[in-house]
Design a protein around this ligand. Structure first.
Ligand SMILES: [Zn+2]
Length: 461
């Protein structure tokens, strides 16, 4: 059968024109022939886009052919073709150039209306799509995905996507206001006058490492955070501490976006490191800092794994150690540091006395000794987790995966040999955090007038 597709466009002045954009010939004998194929849809979309964009550009230019001052018709200097890159392919439009009217002094002798309409020749939605996917997978895979399903120029390279991604991330960075030492703006008295806040905010801040591409440095630290409010979507933030000069502003903006007010309590949950605690300092008047239970339990789990390995060599010792680990976990869960720290010390001593041919005994001893130091260093940040849980308060920002694994994870090639510059990683964190918490699209809609959100788009059937 033949399927003919025509499009009818009615211009603002009422003139209509019909254009045939393609005929598809299809059989209906086998499953592979049923429905539009990807390549047919690419052809159709490209032609449709060409018609729509051309008509819109003609309509726009029509509004600019007369002098805005005296209304006289402007003289055309000539036309050139411009290439406009869209999600549905590269389209070519004729761009007229006009002489400015003599009745007033303009900034230049001639102008092109389409240069004003389409300054960088790339559609905002294409920039958004590229930025979103490049935040999730590599630049190369992003190019492959887009070319697979959309009529996008086969010449689209990973370098173009890298450049577009960098442009979007840099624009976000440029919008961030200045850094401050403290973001607390109200007095205790003013805070008492404020309406009751919505509920507590929990902010998890965590550190991780990314492989460095700089000579003489193998890794550098990245800091990521997750802000959780009961009735609103969570927000992420990310930064490279040694590159970023606005870490506190960044956190402040996330809290502001979530509607935080200064009388609202904030619980900061961290891994205990100084750099992450510094970011949260002087951020909220009503705040507490606690050790994320996730980090405590992760370290115990690592020791439990070693003990399981030991059981193949020394069954009795392993059983005894496993019991001690359960006790330690119980003490810490109940905020009982006194007994907890004694039990950890006992564990370290007992491990020294174990005689075994288990290869990982050294690693287990080291992990236990580090755990002892870790708990001692952070003892002021260990609450009674059990009690918090009973009162319905958070004990962790994530049980399944730490925030750093979610945000840094695969995109930064933790498992592969991917290497990053500090600036590159920092910019990637900006778009990746927005992609993960679902706020990237809104950022683009704010930048580009008329770019509709998915919900607003309506088609009359
Ligand atoms: Zn004029």
């Amino acid at each position: 059968m033949d399927i003919e597709i025509t499009v009818k466009i009615t211009a603002p002045d009422g003139t209509a024109h019909t254009e045939q954009i393609g005929t598809i010939t299809k059989a209906s004998d086998t499953i592979g022939e049923i429905g539009l194929s990807i390549s047919e849809s690419k052809e159709l979309l490209l032609h449709l886009q060409q018609e729509i964009v051309s008509a819109q550009c003609v309509a726009y230019c029509a509004t600019r052919t007369c002098c805005p001052n005296c209304g006289r018709k402007l003289r055309c200097k000539g036309r050139s073709d411009i290439r406009y890159r869209t999600v549905f392919g590269d389209v070519t439009v004729a761009s007229p150039r006009f002489y400015r009217c003599q009745c007033h002094d303009g900034p230049a002798q001639t102008f092109s209306p389409l240069t004003e309409l389409l300054p960088d020749h790339v559609a905002p939605e294409l920039l958004w799509l590229e930025t979103k996917w490049a935040s999730l997978v590599s630049f190369g895979i992003t190019a492959d995905i887009l070319k697979d399903v959309l009529p996008i120029d086969v010449r689209l390279s990973s370098d173009t996507i890298r450049r577009h991604h960098g442009r979007a991330a840099t624009r976000m960075e440029a919008e961030l206001a200045e850094e401050r030492f403290s973001f607390i703006e109200t007095s205790a008295c003013q805070r008492e006058q404020m309406p009751n806040p919505e509920g507590p905010i929990t902010v998890g801040i965590d550190g991780g490492y990314v492989r460095s591409r700089d000579v003489g440095q193998s890794h550098f630290e990245v800091t990521v955070g997750k802000s959780i409010l009961t009735d609103r979507p969570s927000r992420y933030l990310g930064l490279v501490q040694s590159h970023d000069d606005k870490p506190k502003r960044r956190l402040h903006e996330v809290l502001q976006d979530q509607g935080w007010q200064e009388n609202q309590p904030v619980t900061f949950m961290t891994d205990g490191g100084d750099t992450v605690i510094n970011i949260a300092q002087d951020m909220a008047p009503a705040s507490e800092h606690i050790l994320d239970w996730f980090h405590v339990t992760m370290r115990i789990t690592v020791m439990q794994q070693y003990v399981k390995g030991l059981a193949h060599h020394n069954e009795d010792d392993a059983e005894n150690l496993a019991r001690q680990l359960r006790k330690i976990k119980g003490f810490l869960w109940n905020g009982n540091l006194h007994d907890g720290q004694w039990a950890i010390e006992d564990l370290v001593v007992d491990l020294d006395e174990v005689e075994t041919d288990y290869a990982s005994i050294k690693a287990l001893r080291k992990t236990a000794a580090e755990f002892e130091t870790y708990i001692a260093n952070n003892k002021d940040m260990i609450p009674n987790y059990a009690e918090r849980r009973r009162y319905g308060e958070r004990v962790s920002t994530g049980f399944v995966e730490s925030t750093v694994n979610t945000v840094v994870g695969k995109r930064f090639g933790k498992k592969q040999q991917m290497r990053w510059s500090k600036q590159g990683a920092h910019l990637m964190l900006q778009t990746r955090t927005r992609t993960l918490d679902g706020t990237l699209r809104a950022k683009f809609e704010q930048w580009y007038l008329g770019m509709k959100s998915h919900e607003e788009t309506q088609m009359v059937a």
